[in-house]
Ligand binder design. Structure first.
Ligand code: UDP
Ligand code: GLC
Length: 388
């Protein structure tokens, strides 16, 4: 990892240090960006350990528990009830923020706390927006509060895709403050596999010979793991490796998925691998990487990771994914929640290895060029230079 020596400092703030896509974005950015970039968290977690292992000194603020219990669909009453916790946390963050030129809130909860903290510490605030804020999963109150806080307190809003940027503006966000910075990846950390990689993967997860489709991401209904299970009906020889765990208290869906494997008669064809740290290596061992989100994906790290692994990718159209994949050139796109279309796309790639190889090769080149971590760090530095 390369950390550039500059005098620029920035504190990226997240309420959680668990490994979701937004937090992995932050980890990559801090470990590849200027040495003065650091992470601040409202609770301890694996990202804190990874940052420390990379030589950073992440800040863990105590007293964040009440803020962490607020969900995106929260009522106004709940939002008011956590106000006290927010103030305590904001004071602690303000003390930490004094050591940095800029504070970047990496989530909506972080935005609320950082808004107050940056006023106290007299530092500029940037909001890094990882969501399509018009998605119905956000309550009207949460959406309104986030847009209001951004308009009042954030000097810039960094969106993870054009789709997230447009939704912010559609929800009343100030367009002139928005910049787009895509997630970035180090292609060297995404090796391509060979026949032995696939054989080793089959042995490790008890899969048989024959095609394996990989689906990577947390287990939650909108990530659409059920869509793949339904699609398997249409491709009888195909096995599925489902990598990821339920996060943020959404365990019921995993129970449903396991039940579905039984009711759909898919026993022996589906492996639930749980959360895995070495996603890049696993992707290199599957035949096809699929992405099945039923709602517009704000960005879709797993789509880029599949391309970098040199695997043909079938992604679900909508949101940031349409900015990543060009249908028929560097991947295939299917409509959301359409198991028949997914099954047809899987069959097409398996029946036409030349097409699969062409898409995979083009995907790796295009992902490495457009979503390189150095470009992401450069784009973020340019935004921070505007507010410093
Ligand atoms: N991921 C992981 N282990 C798993 C499942 C997922 O490390 O078992 C990673 C995956 O490689 C990706 C991130 O989690 O980098 C998920 O990001 P994405 O943008 O696809 O979705 P999000 O969960 O942020 O909505
Ligand atoms: C969020 C989004 C995901 C995006 C990630 C990183 O978790 O759900 O689509 O890739 O942030 O920006």
């Amino acid at each position: 990892m390369k950390r550039q020596e500059t005098t620029e400092t920035a504190l990226f703030v997240s309420q959680t240090a668990e490994k979701g896509g937004a937090e992995l974005f932050m980890l990559d950015l801090i470990t590849h960006g200027p040495a003065g970039w650091n992470g601040g968290f409202f609770a301890d977690g694996t990202i804190v350990q990874d940052l420390a292992a990379a030589g950073c000194k992440p800040v863990v603020l105590s007293g964040g528990s009440s803020v962490l219990t607020v969900r995106r669909e929260a009522s106004a009453l709940k939002l008011v009830s956590v106000a006290g916790g927010v103030v305590t946390l904001a004071r602690a963050l303000a003390r930490a923020a004094k050591d940095y030129d800029v504070v970047c809130a990496n989530s909506q909860k972080a935005l609320f706390v950082s808004a107050l903290a940056t006023r106290l510490a007299r530092r500029p605030l940037v909001w890094v927006l990882h969501d399509i804020i018009t998605d119905p999963a956000f309550s009207r109150n949460t959406r309104r509060a986030a847009v209001l806080f951004a308009n009042l307190f954030a000097a810039r809003v960094v969106a993870n895709s054009r789709a997230s940027a447009e939704a912010f503006v559609a929800a009343g966000g100030k367009a002139d403050r928005v910049r787009i910075v895509y997630c970035g990846f180090d292609p060297a950390a995404h090796p391509q596999g060979d026949a032995e990689t696939g054989a080793a993967l089959r042995r490790r997860f008890g899969l048989k010979d024959g095609p394996v489709v990989g689906l990577f991401g947390r287990l939650t209904p909108w990530k659409g793991q059920h869509v793949l299970l339904k699609a398997l009906r249409g491709v009888p020889d195909v096995q599925a490796l489902i990598v990821g765990s339920a996060m943020f208290g959404q365990d019921a869906y995993e129970v449903e998925l396991r039940q579905m494997v039984r009711t759909e008669g898919l026993e022996g064809r589906v492996c639930f691998a749980g959360f895995q740290k070495d996603v890049a290596a696993l992707m290199a061992g599957v035949d096809i990487v699929v992405h099945t989100s039923t709602h517009a994906e704000p960005f879709g790290r797993v789509v880029v990771e599949g391309m970098l692994a040199g695997r043909p990718v079938i992604a679900t159209s909508g949101g940031g994914v349409n900015e990543i994949v060009t249908e028929g050139e560097d991947g295939l796109l299917v409509s959301p929640d359409d198991p028949a279309a997914l099954a047809a796309a899987i069959s097409r790639l398996l029946a036409d290895p030349d097409l699969a190889a062409r898409l995979a090769a083009a995907g790796r080149i295009s992902a490495a060029r457009r979503f390189h971590i150095d470009k992401t760090c450069g784009d973020m530095r340019a935004v921070l230079a505007e507010v410093r």
